[in-house]
Design a protein around this ligand. Sequence first.
Ligand code: CP
Length: 303
Amino acid sequence: MKKDFLDIKDLTKKDIIEILSRARQLKKLHPIDLDVLKNKNIYFLFFEPSTRTKMSFLQAATLLKGNCFDLELSKSSLTKGESLFETLVNLENLGADAFIIRIKEVGFLDLFSKKTKATIINAGEGKYRHPSQALLDLYTIWEEWGYDFERLKSLKVTIVGDIKNSRVARSLFQIFNKFEIKTYVYGPSTYLLENFEVYNVKPLNSLKEVISISDIVILLRIQLERQNAKKYFPSLNTYYKLYGFNLEKIKNINPNLKIMHPGPFNDKVEIESSLAYSKNSLIFKQVKNGVFVRAAILEKFLI
Ligand code: CP
């Protein structure tokens, strides 16, 4: 096993199957009463906002009795000019066994992973990759399709929205390829990539086609905090009309379509909330599964 979990490429298909199977066991065992992370010091450094990823890693580490430390960035010596590298070296000297990091700058995690003995876990890296999200998304699909890895090959999954700026999409392409899941994309042309063939995914041509051929649609958030949305489409209302999902749009074409979204979602932009709370939605299952998948990741990399 590699020391760090930075990318889906760090895992073989066998590793992924082991992690998901362990997550299934942990979910069955819940409330988990294990102390496999006893005496492990796990430091949380989140340089970008997070609710789901941070809280589920924190909950997972706590359930396994790890010692969790959340560096309060705005009150840390980073504000006095100490570099992130120096900060991490100092935390390692305090006894850190692992760092769970969300960061905007791409590449730092790879560089630091070579300099430290501690385990680094990528909790979301700029627009580049979000491997634990991809694992919990695959877990949620596997759970929904009867815990049968072979059946995944018959699935058609379409990822809709801001593919270009999405760390989730890139990690999903990697993991879906490993499990031979047929993967499609759809969205405004300004949000699509030119080189889809390298990711082995196929663009679709209309919302109707997306709804009719897909078993699952994964909606991506319009990242309003990172971009001026007007560069990509005329208005949020137009986006909702052309690319947004609601019960009305799916009911006559594919009433069994499953909808996923990594969250947080923008109501009436990517999705209307009544669909998010409907039986079609796996969104809150994704959130719940995050705890068990991340517990399995911590076990795999830390013990
Ligand atoms: N999906 C996801 O990464 O959500 P958070 O930003 O709330 O962690």
